[in-house]
Write a new protein. Sequence first.
Length: 168
Amino acid sequence: MDHDERIAFERRARTRAREVGAEVDPAVVITVFDLLHLANRLETDFENNVHRPRGFSWAGFRIMFCLWVEGVLEPSRLAHLSGVSRATVSSVCNTLERDGLIVRMPGNGDRRTVEIRLSEAGVESVSAAFVAQERRERAWFAGVERPALESFVHTIRVLLTSDRPALD
């Protein structure tokens, strides 16, 4: 969507939001819409231009990145840190293990638990992918002034650390 298209869309969205009732804040609606749109564009860009060419998915990178940072993790902790479900962790780890990028080991003391770590090839892969992705991240934000970027980060962190709103 180009700039003019986005402005026209936002104007129509504000109009439709006002039609719903006085409780709707069109600025919040547009902010959430734009934030989700940006997140989807970033994910698609990183997956298509960084991770798929290296043989893994966006979810695979997130899982490997968490293992790269933390070392060894149990699947439930890995799911929490990477923001995917336990089922996704299991499925993605099957692929990563098949490709020799991770190793599953019995957990400490309890034979029912499993711990996951990167293999040497996994460390090399995620390190290279991280560098390539960070280069693309800098390119995405190159036109944003440092104070605006810091304000944006602050706003995101306020939202991430606040209590979730209660559902009606």
